[in-house]
Design a protein around this ligand. Structure first.
Ligand SMILES: C[S@@+](CC[C@H](N)C(=O)[O-])C[C@H]1O[C@@H](n2cnc3c(N)ncnc32)[C@H](O)[C@@H]1O
Length: 441
């Protein structure tokens, strides 16, 4: 789970100080002098912001048009400095009148918003949060406009269909769904004996310590959906009650099987119908070996949810009203999740108790980003008529060592396990936010 939505690039085009290095390749001395002067001015702006020297800050921003995205040695920009002092006027000035980048991380991966949060500068944090939400909402509008115009423009589709050339950047299993789906998966145990699924680059796709989140999710869906009473009951009894009309049937849909943790929890309520959408051949073999294909009421759709969506449209798959829908895939990004949201009004049951939830690891490497994606996803769900309530889950409780390496890489070297690649920085992000969404009638 770590390297999926949460770790997906948030598609912010961030210039770095390396851009200066590239420019510095130019042998022209005058250009070099000019460059040195620009860097010096930019660093001066950071100092002026730290000194809260209003006059100098305004002069450098408004008259000198200083490059506010330049980073100092610790990766701080003028915006990080303003977040540190908590000076809201400086933050506004930098965001509105300079080329400051709200999402730029410092050398420790902290955005200006994270700095403001850690300093308890509430108003500064809110200003940066609002900027992030605005930018992400705008980006998603532009992306959907671009993708619909691509769809109408056959030449754009032809370009997309081109095979990747040899000089194209290597795609990662953690961020490119097609690459992930065509690579091998390993099902193993971490150093504490907990089950993990690792992708071909050694990233954890799903770890058993996430069990608590999955359990709490199903409990919330069952409580809100009014099917708590099924828990622990024998399937045969429930089916005969359903047949006698004494009880409603229960139809659940899960997108992304992984280790089958959430599906195991769903099964404890003996759903009448349990559809699992899963495309990865290794995950499907794992599920088959563990008897999942023989469980009563369970059906696998062996493909991606986008293929399933296509089959719904073509009539190969039936539109059914699902009482509970859960979404937790890997190596997809927020735009994919947003696309899935749009399907919900057509696939959720019209019963007022129908619920949707998804794994919310979006932006979980930063408090600011986590807050932004909490708001952006809630707004997008509201746009299509779903109301979201959030429950907080302490992911740290009772699970030690979950950030240790999750296994061995293919070559037998230590992987870039969770110790190095934390996707959940709880010291910054805090508790997991569990979304429970329902159609507003
Ligand atoms: C993080 S795991 C899900 C873990 C699951 N919630 C559990 O409790 O064990 C993500 C799963 O999504 C699957 N997946 C990846 N891309 C997908 C796609 N496009 N459509 C459906 N499932 C996908 C992966 O193969 C993997 O099995």
């Amino acid at each position: 789970m770590p390297a999926r939505l949460a770790q997906q690039p948030i598609h912010v085009s961030v210039p770095t100080s390396n851009s200066f290095d590239a420019l510095a390749g130019d042998k022209d001395t005058a250009a070099q002098d000019d460059l040195d002067e620009r860097v010096a001015l930019a660093l001066r702006l950071i100092d002026a912001v730290l000194d809260e020297d209003d006059r100098l800050v305004r002069m450098l921003v408004l008259e000198e048009k200083v490059d506010a995205w330049v980073q100092d040695q610790q990766g701080w920009t003028a915006l990080h400095a303003a977040a540190y002092t908590g000076n809201v006027e400086h933050i506004k000035l930098l965001l509105r009148k300079s080329n400051a980048v709200w999402a730029m991380p410092d050398n420790l991966g902290c955005t200006a918003g994270d700095i403001a949060f850690s300093m308890n500068h509430d108003r500064a944090y809110e200003e940066l949060l609002a900027e992030g939400i605005r930018a992400e909402m705008l980006r998603s509008v532009l992306e959907s406009a671009a993708s619909s115009s691509d769809a109408e423009d056959p030449s754009a589709m032809a370009v997309d269909a081109e095979p990747s050339t040899s000089d194209a950047p290597k795609l990662s299993t953690a961020s490119d769904n097609a690459t992930f789906l065509s690579s091998r998966l390993i099902f193993t145990a971490d150093s504490r004996g907990q089950a993990v699924a690792l992708d071909a680059e050694g990233n954890g796709v799903m770890m058993n310590w996430e069990e608590g989140i999955m359990r709490r999710t199903v409990e919330a869906l069952a409580r809100e959906g009014g099917w708590e009473g099924r828990k622990g009951r024998r399937r045969e009894e429930l089916v005969s009650e359903e047949e006698r009309g004494e009880r409603e049937g229960l139809k659940v849909l899960n997108v992304g099987f992984g280790l089958g943790i959430i599906d195991t929890h769903l099964q404890s309520y003996a759903p009448t119908t349990h559809l699992i959408i899963e495309p990865h051949p290794d995950v499907l073999s794992f599920a088959r070996q563990n008897g999942w294909f023989d469980k009563p009421g369970v059906r696998f759709y062996e493909g991606t949810w986008k293929q399933w969506m296509g089959d719904l449209e073509s009539g190969t798959e039936e539109y059914e009203g699902w009482d509970a829908v859960y979404f937790d895939t890997y190596s997809e990004n927020y735009a994919d999740l947003h696309r899935f949201f749009e399907l919900l009004p057509d696939i959720l049951s019209t019963s007022p108790s129908a619920r949707f939830s998804f794994f919310h690891g979006l932006g979980a490497t930063s408090r600011l980003l986590y807050d932004i994606y909490t708001s952006v996803s809630e707004m997008h769900l509201r746009e299509i008529g779903l109301k979201t309530e959030w429950e907080e889950v302490d992911v740290a409780q009772g699970v030690e060592g979950r950030w240790e390496s999750t296994g061995e890489a293919g070559e037998g070297e230590r992987t870039k396990g969770e110790g190095e690649k934390k996707y959940w920085r709880e010291e910054m992000v805090g508790r997991y936010r569990l979304p429970v969404c329902r159609l507003e009638m």
